[in-house]
Write a protein that binds this ligand. Structure first.
Ligand SMILES: Nc1ncnc2c1ncn2[C@@H]1O[C@H](COP(=O)(O)OP(=O)(O)OP(=O)(O)O)[C@@H](O)[C@H]1O
Ligand SMILES: [Mg+2]
Length: 466
């Protein structure tokens, strides 16, 4: 899901940390160091959501929150308060904050809260739109198959297969097309594929409703997905339509489906089998017509074997499978994509013509790209922002000093009873460096010869924890 965030935070290190993390996940960010600056930026930045620190120079966060709410009552604001100031959090909620976070803020959690805020906001807008009887606008070109760049054999095959799926769906006169399960490493384009399937297919004028399963708070899952009747529980003051119903006539995209709790898995299975939902507190089942797409970067098959994911749900979701190849296996695409991204970013940042030197391109082609296309896009954007010259040289590339492919060689021998896979070797190496440095990320990064941000990214990617 892509959207934009305004970060109002006076502590520069924290602000930058948030910004890097969010941008790495494809979220556009702007920062302001005071409430006044944040308010002044509102019109220009048009954010989808705001992160607001409480302890600011000048007007405090609560005051700024109230002023933002007056000007943009629909805009969700997430308040960040220091440890021990839970009272402020309570005040913030009363003043209409969407949610609050207690510092030190976990970046992963921050993103989850922001995702949820934007998702709810969009859902509300979508419903207004549906109630008004409007029809969603046709597919902007950027959402279709043509958004999937790449001329490698792997990408050509992928586009051909997607085309086949779309055609099969067009021909289908009765019933629903089976679900499609989209697999692949992080950043390979699973979301783009889901959008392409929706916006190229016969349901393109229906809603495309995206649910990030990892960001659904467990106690709210049911009512978020299936809706509730008035009075179904204490806080249910109004009847509410769930996301599944909101997708009626269109596509329901279940992102990060591997993160679903077992209870929710069972409910979804029922939806896939019967095409019915029941709102919480209702006695009636409601028919819904949705096409389900699901994505995951986890090995669902292995999770089924380990008893972590329901086999019957896996079977239903994976009637059709699309597996996205990692970027390193798409011959020639790194160079092609780097060029396209460079052009795009140069235009966006108002820089003149830029190009990579041959050596730089060679270096890009050699990198392993664990974050795949997203990592490449972010790197190119950084290059553009920092570029002082028309030619970007190999030394200008913010790539780790140590190529990931060499990491395996550094793993202490004791760990190598069996030659581990590269990701496993990397995971162990990171873990041992972190443990040796007592989880001091800065020191561990130095020991590994990579930047702190890179290490943070990898900690996150592997889900490492003390
Ligand atoms: N083939 C491609 N051509 C152009 N841009 C791409 C391509 N594949 C991915 N991207 C871009 O890379 C970024 C990541 O893609 P996307 O969000 O679809 O990945 P994902 O597989 O869903 O990752 P995750 O598992 O982390 O959610 C997006 O900005 C997307 O536009
Ligand atoms: Mg995704």
């Amino acid at each position: 899901m892509s959207y934009s965030v305004l970060i109002v935070e006076d502590e520069p290190v924290l602000a930058r940390n948030m910004l890097l993390y969010l941008e790495r996940h494809g979220i556009a960010c702007q920062t302001a160091a005071s409430g006044e600056e944040g308010l002044a930026l509102l019109d220009e930045a048009r954010p989808d959501v705001v992160v607001l620190d409480h302890n600011l120079p000048g007007q405090d966060g609560l005051t700024v929150l109230r002023r933002m709410r007056e000007r943009e009552p629909q805009l969700p604001v997430v308040m960040a308060t220091g440890h021990g100031s839970e009272q402020v959090a309570v005040e913030a909620m009363k003043a209409g904050a969407f949610d609050y976070l207690i510092k030190p803020v976990s970046l992963h959690q921050l993103k989850q809260v922001l995702d949820r805020a934007v998702q709810q906001q969009r859902q509300a807008l979508e419903l207004q739109h549906l109630r008004a009887g409007g029809v969603a606008a046709g597919a902007p070109a950027a959402q279709g198959l043509s958004a999937l760049l790449g001329e490698s054999p792997a990408m050509r095959q992928l586009r051909a297969r997607l085309q086949q799926l779309v055609q099969a769906e067009e021909r289908l006169s009765e019933g629903r097309s089976p679900a499609v399960l989209i697999g692949g490493e992080t950043g390979t384009g699973k979301e783009l594929v889901a959008r392409a399937l929706h916006f190229e297919g016969p349901r393109r004028s229906g809603p495309f409703v995206e649910i990030n399963c990892a960001s659904l708070p467990a106690p709210l899952v049911e009512s978020e997905l299936f809706g509730h009747e008035r009075g179904a529980f204490t806080d249910a003051r109004e009847r509410r339509i769930g996301l599944v119903e909101a997708a009626h006539g269109g596509t329901l995209f279940l992102d990060e489906v591997g993160e679903l709790e077992p209870a929710t898995q069972a409910k979804l299975l029922k939806l896939l089998e019967d095409h019915q939902v029941r709102r919480l507190g209702s006695v009636r089942e409601q028919n819904v017509d949705v096409r389900v797409l699901a994505a995951t970067n986890r090995p669902l098959e292995a999770m089924v074997q380990a008893g972590q994911f329901r086999g019957d749900l896996f079977y239903r979701l994976g009637m059709l499978r699309i597996e996205l190849p990692p970027l390193r296996e798409r011959e020639g695409d790194v160079v092609l994509l780097a060029g396209r991204f460079l052009e795009r970013a140069a235009r966006r940042y108002g820089k003149g013509a830029l190009r990579f030197s041959d050596e730089a391109l060679e270096r890009l082609a050699r990198h392993r790209w664990p974050g795949n296309v997203r990592e490449l896009g972010n790197l190119v954007e950084q290059c553009v922002i920092l570029a002082s010259d028309a030619v970007i040289e190999a030394e200008d590339l913010p790539l780790p000093v140590m190529p990931a492919a060499d990491l395996g060689a550094l793993v202490p021998e004791a760990l190598q009873e069996q030659p581990p896979s590269l990701p496993e070797a990397e995971r162990r190496l990171l873990l041992s460096a972190l443990e040796r440095n007592r989880w001091n990320v800065t020191q561990a990064a130095r020991a590994l010869g990579i930047s702190r941000d890179t290490l943070r990214y990898r900690i996150d990617k592997f889900g490492l924890r003390p």
